[in-house]
Design a protein. Structure first.
Ligand SMILES: [Zn+2]
Length: 422
């Protein structure tokens, strides 16, 4: 399938002049002379498939107790629906940050969900203890099909008020986890709001820092030197603030969350200025959140990234992170629209650099995964801006037909219908 005159995103997040972009056998084919059968991409924008590097596809409530009340069968159904909405939003690859098991993932039809990498279960101090030690817990998730070992290295939202950034694991422990993960070709992702846990994640060989709102300039620089990625999750904390405001979460969380929201944008700018890769992550884990992933792109812009930088974070940066642990690197998407790249893409009806354009629920024309249209359809003829609405032609009142008692009534001439109107 080939589009002509479509504007495709370049590696820097800007857009090339309208050109011919197609795909065959799951890979992009760029350029060439227009041919009969090309679809008209004029007025459309093509971006690489979005990558959400931090979500919880199998969570459908904020609270663990609420999640545990849902039956496995219902959880599977809700997860299938959540991932279908996520794919329809343009997310063609996702990293599950805990909750989604391989058994569940394999039950979900491949063409109705993003490509998935799993971490299976979060490993915090209690999980490590329950498994008989951190390395045993790491081995357990790896045996369960994890490509990522998710360590909870600082407290999160639900910590007691006044909880600080005390590290949960020692640097040596994170190092042991990273070494064990690497033996299986897996990576370590570290939930760390800030403090020594970030230093330990950097020095111990973790691949990504999750949240990281208290990241310092020095940490950002060292993480950049190690080729790491920061996954800020901006919007989720705003949603938590709303849940506190409407009483669905305890007011005791408020001080900690308010402060986190205040500093999160600063961490994003620190990372950008230090050359630390930033990848989009939503941390979504409720039914209402799943499928609204594009809103996080706007959140990155609101935090201080340019629209181009936010688009790179939402595509190429995430793809590069996930490619580091891909089971088959040659088959991994690289988040680029380039000759020979895996054809994961989102076709849009508006320029995604315009503020709010991506947040528009109607922004997506079609989602392409591995060269297959998995959501929407590619229009033929093309989507054009709506024509101006012309006033209706005046309709004349139909004269009443008077009965003629002498001659039979002749069939009346049909009045002009709207279709006939010039
Ligand atoms: Zn999370």
């Amino acid at each position: 399938m080939t589009l002509h005159s479509v504007r495709a995103m370049r590696d820097d997040g800007d857009f090339a002049a309208p050109a011919r972009v197609g795909w065959a056998e799951g890979r992009f084919v760029l350029g060439g002379a227009p041919r009969p059968g090309d679809l008209d991409g004029a007025g459309l924008w093509l971006i690489p498939g979005l990558v959400d590097t931090h979500l919880h596809a199998a969570w459908h409530a904020f609270d663990t107790a609420d999640r545990d009340r849902v039956s496995p069968r219902m959880t599977l159904q809700l997860t299938a629906e959540a991932l279908a909405r996520t794919l329809a939003a343009g997310v063609t690859s996702a990293r599950d940050a805990g909750g989604l098991t391989l058994a569940m993932a394999t039950e979900l039809p491949e063409d109705a969900r993003p490509r998935l990498q799993l971490s299976v279960a979060l490993i915090d101090r209690a999980a490590a203890a329950a498994a008989g030690g951190l390395v045993a817990a790491v081995e357990s998730v790896l045996e369960g099909g994890a490509r990522w070992v998710k360590l909870v290295a600082t407290a999160g939202v639900a910590a007691p008020a006044g909880a600080d950034l005390a590290p949960v694991f020692s640097r040596a422990e994170i190092g042991d986890a990273a070494t064990r993960a690497a033996l299986s070709g897996a990576g370590v992702m570290v939930h760390a709001w800030g403090g020594p846990a970030i230093d330990d994640a950097i020095e111990a060989g973790a691949m990504s820092i999750e949240h990281g709102m208290y990241l310092t300039d020095g940490q950002a620089r060292r993480a950049a030197e190690r080729g790491m990625t920061l996954v800020p999750t901006l919007r989720i904390y705003r949603l938590v603030q709303r849940m506190i405001a409407d009483g669905s979460l305890p007011a005791a969380f408020r001080a900690r969350v308010d402060e986190a929201v205040d500093v999160h944008a600063l961490a994003v700018r620190r990372a950008r200025d230090a050359g630390l890769a930033i990848a989009l992550g939503t941390d979504y884990g409720t039914t209402a959140q799943h499928g609204t992933n594009r809103l996080e792109v706007d959140a990155l812009v609101a935090a201080g990234l340019s629209p181009q930088e936010a688009l790179v974070a939402a595509t190429r940066s995430g793809a590069a992170l996930l490619a580091r642990v891909a089971a088959d690197p040659a088959a991994a998407p690289d988040g680029r629209i380039a000759d020979g790249s895996v054809a994961d893409a989102v076709l849009l009806r508006a320029d995604p650099r315009i503020p709010g354009a991506l947040s528009d629920p109607a922004a997506v024309v079609a989602v392409i995964r591995g060269g297959a249209v998995v959501h929407g359809e590619i229009p033929d003829p093309p989507v054009l801006p709506d024509p101006p609405v012309l006033p209706n032609p005046p309709t004349l009142p139909i004269p009443p037909t008077l009965p003629n008692p002498i001659t039979p009534a002749t069939p009346s001439t049909p009045s002009t219908t709207r279709e006939d109107a010039p």
